[in-house]
Design a protein around this ligand. Structure first.
Ligand SMILES: Cc1ncc(COP(=O)(O)O)c(C=O)c1O
Length: 477
């Protein structure tokens, strides 16, 4: 017969050594407060003896006394069990309330679109295009090595070295010691915002909604920097906005999410100058700069502005979302604080995933993969543009990013976006809810069309449904 597990007993000891009376008093108190519920098994006498360093007789005498008082019963070969509580009354229910500053995300979409639906706005890449077999090969090779028992809160050193080498080959002056590996770049945004003494953050509007929600949840006031992907950046307007002296500007200069816009070189320079003028630190989210044809890559603020620009990137979209490996490259003086924040949040990353990504980079697989991926994405992008040309009615316009995973489809103001979104969802086409992406009033009127997730046929079918809906004029406000 397997015995039921017994509950650990806390015995308050009045003198140097517990007496039978101490045990009786402690058990009685715990039964009365409900800490020892009816039916719990008490430790066997020999366990109590060992725990408290007593003679067997003392422990047994205590249990005999508890039986005599009707608080416990001894069941043969099973142990000693608590009987129903004598005076225990239910305490007030435990209060579980979210922190007051938490802003519940108005983002309705689950991480992955439900089966049978077409996710027109998701920025994930089609799993068919991801190198799962090669990742498995790297995982097998890594698993043949001995697992280290310790982790490094800053991140697996060979991966940090491989990242720094890769960034240096793109003109960024980065050392492995300046890189902190995080759980996706989302965690980089989190630890940066919590490490800097920021209360006010400047962001492009619209912007990647989970960055907006994160910064707001951390209690920051957001200053919106208007981004119109059709006319570019109005540097004078940004100058006026930055005069509000935010401590940090979070910027996505290449293939901006959600508009697909990329800063021109003049805008890059201008934005850097403005940040210097107003004393604003820069956090550059470079999620897309290496998603471009022909092995090109775009210049980065970190390249022009040097080590003081914080730089974030990630392997999650381009390699495999479930690996959740991202990183931040930071000025050396900030690294210890970032590592401390990282430690507070997760202690460290799982060595295994970091080692797999390091192996993937070390074998040169990443560059080969990006080249193949980009060929496929270029074909999807071209086909998406052709479908838009053919299927969209007059008055609809879209951006032409030329890289990255997404473009912005902008609709006439007369369209009721909420009603259109619901209509498309009923036909199985999911588009992003962009209401969460603006700081202040929305100056654009549309949603993301992301061409990396859908096949050319799926994209064409989805855009046909969108085009038909727009032509039907049912969604006029
Ligand atoms: C612009 C941008 N930055 C950062 C992230 C965070 O991605 P991850 O944590 O997967 O690296 C996302 C996710 O979609 C994004 O779109």
């Amino acid at each position: 017969m397997t015995r039921s597990p017994y509950i650990g007993l806390h015995v308050a000891v009045a003198n140097r050594r517990a007496s039978a009376a101490d045990i009786v008093a402690s058990v009685q108190r715990e039964i009365e407060t409900g800490a020892l519920p009816a039916g719990s098994r008490l430790p066997p006498v020999r366990v109590l003896e060992k725990q408290l360093g007593l003679s067997k007789n003392t422990a047994q005498a205590a249990y005999d006394e508890l039986v005599a008082r009707g608080l416990v019963e001894a069941r043969e070969r099973e142990g000693v069990f608590v009987l129903a509580a004598t005076r225990f009354t239910q305490a007030a229910p435990i209060v579980v309330a979210p922190t007051p500053q938490f802003v519940a995300p108005p983002l309705s979409r689950p991480d992955l679109p439900p089966r049978g639906t077409t996710a027109l706005s998701t920025v994930f890449i089609d799993p068919e295009l991801l190198p799962t077999e090669r990742i498995a090969e790297c995982a097998r090779s890594v698993l043949r090595e001995r697992m280290p028992s310790h982790y490094d809160a800053q991140g697996y050193r060979p991966l940090r070295e491989a990242i720094a080498k890769r960034l240096r080959s793109r003109g960024l002056d980065v050392e492995a010691d300046e890189v902190v590996i995080t759980t996706g770049s989302q965690q980089s945004l989190d630890i940066v915002a919590r490490s800097l003494a920021v209360r006010r953050i400047a962001v492009e509007t619209p912007l990647y909604a989970y960055a907006k929600l994160l910064f707001e949840t951390l209690g920051n006031e957001l200053v919106g920097l208007h981004l119109d992907p059709f006319s570019g950046i109005d540097l004078d307007a940004w100058d006026r906005a930055l005069a509000a002296k935010p401590a940090l500007a979070y910027l996505i200069p290449s293939f901006h999410n959600p508009t697909g816009y990329s800063y021109t070189s003049t805008e890059m320079r201008g934005v850097l100058d403005l940040c210097v003028k107003h004393g604003v630190a820069i956090l550059e989210d470079d999620w897309g700069s290496d998603m471009l044809s022909d092995g090109e890559y775009r210049p980065m603020l970190r390249m022009l502005g040097g080590k003081d620009v914080l730089y974030v990137n990630s392997f999650t979209k381009k390699l495999l979302p479930s690996l959740r490996v991202g990183f931040v490259a930071a000025p050396p003086s900030l690294v210890p604080t970032l590592v401390a924040m990282k430690r507070l949040s997760t202690l460290g990353n799982a060595w295994l995933t970091e080692a797999i990504v390091a192996e993937f980079l070390d074998r040169g697989y990443y560059d080969t993969h990006l080249q193949q991926l980009q060929r496929a994405l270029d074909a999807r992008y071209a086909s998406c543009l052709a479908s838009l040309d053919e299927l969209m009615p007059d008055g609809v316009r879209w951006t032409h990013p030329g890289g990255g995973p997404t473009l912005w489809l902008d609709l006439p103001r007369s369209i009721d976006l909420v009603a259109l979104e619901a209509h498309l969802a009923r036909r199985g086409v999911l588009v992003s809810n962009t209401s969460a992406a603006y700081v202040g009033p929305a100056h654009l009127h549309g949603f993301r069309v992301a061409y990396a997730y859908l096949s050319e046929d799926e994209m064409r079918r989805a855009l046909t449904i969108v085009g038909d809906a727009l032509r039907s004029h049912l969604w006029q406000k």
